[in-house]
Design a protein around this ligand. Sequence first.
Ligand SMILES: [Zn+2]
Ligand SMILES: [Zn+2]
Length: 183
Amino acid sequence: MTAGHSHDSDQAHGRVHDHDHSACVAGALARAEASCGERGARLTPLRRRVLEGLADSHVPLGAYELVERLGSSGDKPPPMSVYRALDFLVSEGLAHRIESRNAYIACGRDHAGDDVIVFLICEGCGLTDEVASHAIGRDLAWATRAAGFTPRTPVIEIAGTCAKCRAAQAAEPARAAAPVPAR
Ligand SMILES: [Zn+2]
Ligand SMILES: [Zn+2]
């Protein structure tokens, strides 16, 4: 397996804090170009810039945040155009919308149709990783069918603490131990 993003089911990208970040951006753009070429979709310069902006962050970005970021490195695009570019990227599977954050994140994976995407959202630093699970997808398909329900967005968002924030908490015993009464 190569370093970086894994395409296997039931496996997290892993160690996203300690990696060659420029590879994420380059990888996302290469994948977008290949996938748009195959599907006959057009990766316009703005769509490309928006994807680049998203891939440059492992923290989900809101549309306006993205407008500001793009504006600081070049022409500030109109928010409506950024919204449309985000819609395009989401519909092409190149980005995901994180509902609970009202924000977007780039996706570098190919999702199988029956996988459930589980977003792991750190409440400390905002880092968001994704795990695709075929097993959860199968169980969910069974459970929703039993309820006579047709799911449209098979996505689960889980808030918690990322490995880095957990390690940081453990390294600060004074602060971590503060709420625990002395024995
Ligand atoms: Zn994804
Ligand atoms: Zn964190």
